[in-house]
Design a protein around this ligand. Structure first.
Ligand SMILES: Nc1ncnc2c1ncn2[C@@H]1O[C@H](COP(=O)(O)OP(=O)(O)OP(=O)(O)O)[C@@H](O)[C@H]1O
Length: 351
């Protein structure tokens, strides 16, 4: 086994431990918000074939049609109060998975059911560059189904969270990409979605924005929401999420406690970057084995519970733990908690 190297511990670990200590805990009985079963997405693309004769005009290489498996049999369940990070290398299928979960893209096969229409940050908020930030706040809120009065009500919260200051009255085309991402994030969060999906947007903020975002997301989780966060930085996942899913080549490698999974991924990525390919491959194999073992345990526990007439769908290792300790999840949200059972899950691409 090529995993003899030991991951060095540093200041970042201590920081992550502090962050973990203040993280939230959801009861294991939290209702299901997302159920994905054996999702598969393939893209058919043209690829240049340099090994073959050149094309008609003799300048361009020939192309051939190839099929790319972006998501290859992904299954999991998410519950209210969970903050789930998705990590993995470039091209591992994170964004594709998020788009399918949000109902923006149909899988080739498999099923995804959600308890409410997910808000995918940056896509759902169809903002217009020629309108000012303030006008876009209203537009984005209406696009997410809020009434004109609700759109007015959230305005101050959005301005505060985005920290755009006077720039809120300038056209959005004058914003930097970070400013635009902050505005979209603030609008999405102020709309109080039950399921929020964020693809990388948080990387564009500074430390104080990150802290404000984290507090705002904690509030959302407290109201029994579920948040998915795609991020390349394992440290961000470690600090912010309760659970992490590590993806590699369209497969789930490991799904479990955010700190454990993010650290394993970080150590794998570090070895890969250092050119220690055999060590990295060994770490990947170990993580895959651990992931498979956990799945088998899950299946065994489900079966045992089923035979006893008390089938549960949550593995203790994956117990959602992102509702602030001692608080009642969903107490502030009329349509949450007990109203959300696995029976009211539906196709997110529907109306
Ligand atoms: N529209 C598309 N057409 C063809 N191939 C695609 C398309 N979108 C994604 N892919 C391919 O699917 C695979 C997964 O891509 P995806 O963007 O989901 O990965 P990712 O993990 O989000 O990557 P990154 O970290 O670089 O954003 C990649 O091989 C990518 O090239």
């Amino acid at each position: 086994m090529a995993t003899s190297s030991v991951e060095p511990r540093d200041g970042a670990d201590a920081e992550a431990e502090n962050a973990q200590a203040s993280r939230w805990t959801a009861p294991e009985s939290s209702p299901l918000t997302v159920a994905a079963h054996d999702l598969r997405v393939r893209y058919n693309v043209n690829r240049t074939d340099h090994s073959r004769k050149r094309g008609l005009i003799g300048l361009t290489p020939r192309t051939q049609r190839v099929s790319v498996g972006a998501v290859r049999g992904v299954s999991f369940e998410a519950r209210s109060g969970e903050f789930i990070g998705i990590i993995g290398r470039n091209g591992s299928g994170k964004s594709t998975l998020l788009r399918v979960l949000a109902g923006l893209e149909a899988p080739n096969s498999g099923t995804v059911l959600t308890s409410a229409k997910p808000v995918l940050l940056g896509v759902s908020a169809a903002l217009l560059p020629d309108l000012t930030g303030a006008q876009n706040v209203r537009l984005g809120a209406l696009a997410m189904g809020l009434s004109p009065q609700q759109a007015d009500d959230i305005f101050e919260d959005v301005v505060e969270l985005s920290a755009l200051g006077d720039a809120i009255d300038l056209p959005m085309r004058t914003y930097s990409s970070g400013m635009g991402a902050r505005l979209k994030f603030a609008i999405s969060l102020a709309a109080d979605p039950e399921i929020l999906m964020i693809d990388e947007a948080l990387s564009t903020g500074d430390a104080s924005f990150m802290e404000r975002s984290r507090r705002a997301m904690d509030d959302l989780l407290e109201r029994a929401g579920t948040v998915f966060l795609v991020n390349h930085a394992a440290q961000t996942i470690e600090n912010m999420c309760s659970r992490a899913i590590w993806m590699e080549r369209g497969h789930v490698v490991l799904d479990g406690d955010a700190v454990e999974v993010a650290r394993k991924y970080r150590w794998f990525a570090h070895n890969l970057a250092q050119g220690n390919t055999s060590v990295a491959n060994g770490l990947l194999m170990d993580a895959r084995r651990e992931g498979r073992d956990a799945q088998e345990r899950d299946a065994q526990e489900d079966l045992t519970g089923f035979h006893r007439g008390q089938r549960t769908t949550t593995h203790p290792r994956r117990a959602p733990r992102h509702i602030r300790r001692g608080k009642d999840p969903g107490s502030n949200r009329a349509d949450s908690a007990e109203a959300k059972t696995s029976n009211n899950l539906h196709d997110p691409s529907g109306p």
